[in-house]
Design a protein around this ligand. Sequence first.
Ligand SMILES: Cc1cc2nc3c(=O)[nH]c(=O)nc-3n(C[C@H](O)[C@H](O)[C@H](O)COP(=O)(O)OP(=O)(O)OC[C@H]3O[C@@H](n4cnc5c(N)ncnc54)[C@H](O)[C@@H]3O)c2cc1C
Length: 471
Amino acid sequence: MTRALVWFRSDLRIHDNTALAAATRRGPVVAVFLRSLPHWQRHGHGANKLDFWHRGVVALKEGLAGLGIPLLHRDIAGFDDAPAALLQIAREIGADELHFNLEYPLDEQRRDRAVARAFADAGLTARGHHDSVAFAPGELLTGKGDFYGVFTPFARAWQRQLTPERLALRETPAPQPSPGIAAERVEPPTLPAPPVDAERWPAGEAAAADRLERFLRFRARHYATQRDFPGLAGTSELSPYLALGMISHRQCLQAALSENDGSLAEGDAGIVSWVNELVWREFYHHVATGFPRVCRHRAFQRHTEALAWQVDEAGFHAWCEGRTGYPIVDAAMRQLVRTGWMHNRLRMIAAMFLSKHLLIDWRRGEAFFLQHLVDGEFCANNGGWQWAASTGTDAAPYFRIFNPTTQSRRFDADARFIAEYVPELAELPPRDRHSPSVAQCKQVGYPRPIVDHKAARARALEAFKSLPPGT
Ligand SMILES: Cc1cc2nc3c(=O)[nH]c(=O)nc-3n(C[C@H](O)[C@H](O)[C@H](O)COP(=O)(O)OP(=O)(O)OC[C@H]3O[C@@H](n4cnc5c(N)ncnc54)[C@H](O)[C@@H]3O)c2cc1C
């Protein structure tokens, strides 16, 4: 009897999974997960994500067991080992087909091509499926046939060309007769550090579905007005689940459709605004494919490669440790280190502070975020960092430099978020927590600002102005 092998990666779910549905349509399947810990660590993923990933695989294994599908679990050193490992498993179980859902960063694409070649050479079939986005990269192009490098026209094209079929949920496989192959133990990984706040992120599809439901019930209607306020918990907090595919964008968008009378483009302002964020997610997947240099640590806007970044170890460490003397930046960075997650508004503020006020290379911040984020995901992280540093797509014009104190007064008006993460300021009157005086800093043992906003802003403007013109 022939069998198919389904290779799970960052698509850890049994519902609405294109590769799994395609494989099971044709007969019995066996699943495999290749854990590439050394590779992931070399590429900057930290303990929080690795732990969540592991717990997600454990949950997946249980879900698959309920369908009679055993999950094989193997450790490999790096992506180069994937073709041989998969071929060996295919031979062990007598599989003639391999199915997997495509991932878009450059290394992942290379790995998948190598796997496809190895299978073809062995006379077997390997099929990659587009699954994690509504439009496969390359399907949405500008009038000139280029990939979009600006979000708004991309989002318009996305809305215009979206058809119900693109969001149709894939069928969940029916339970299959046992293939007579035992599932393998999923040993916990040796992590580089203990994960933080893991109980906040229960892994698996059920947890993701529950979070989506709670978001729709309690937060979605207010999303447009509350999403920017870190103290309000107004967003879905689905990013770790979307990053590892414990929930799909289709499931999210279908839920949005049914909450909003069948529309994604108009109707409830909260839902429409949330859908727009999911389109941002998709946009950055397209960017990684269309402009692969961003996957090689290069700036999207080539001319910004010449920026005179500062070497400032003290500044970098103050930023990492939440000791910049700008309370909103420090609260953000302490939230990241303490919880493994950071609110989007704060990601923008913290990223802009590093890349503009400290004029430190955005790549260092990108790496630090990836090391701590439980939702660390190359495309969104790189896109967000390059946006903030004005080196990327949709680059915030270089002269738009957030004033952290103004941002703080606007988005944490009662300074409650600051009080939570910078407790030494909690006893000060709320209005003083945004920018404590010299005496107050001394009194509570909080640092004075490590840079002056005006001077830092002028320095950043100068650095950008002295660049050769962009194309
Ligand atoms: C410097 C910087 C770094 C970032 N790094 C990451 C990262 O590593 N992983 C990650 O998933 N997101 C990243 N983002 C995007 C965004 O901050 C998070 O997706 C969001 O805060 C997650 O919270 P949520 O799930 O409650 O989002 P919601 O507001 O509920 O949005 C729903 C989903 O849309 C997607 N999304 C939302 N905003 C964005 C965005 N700006 N870009 C791309 N996708 C988005 C996410 O998948 C999110 O879960 C980054 C943003 C910046 C500015």
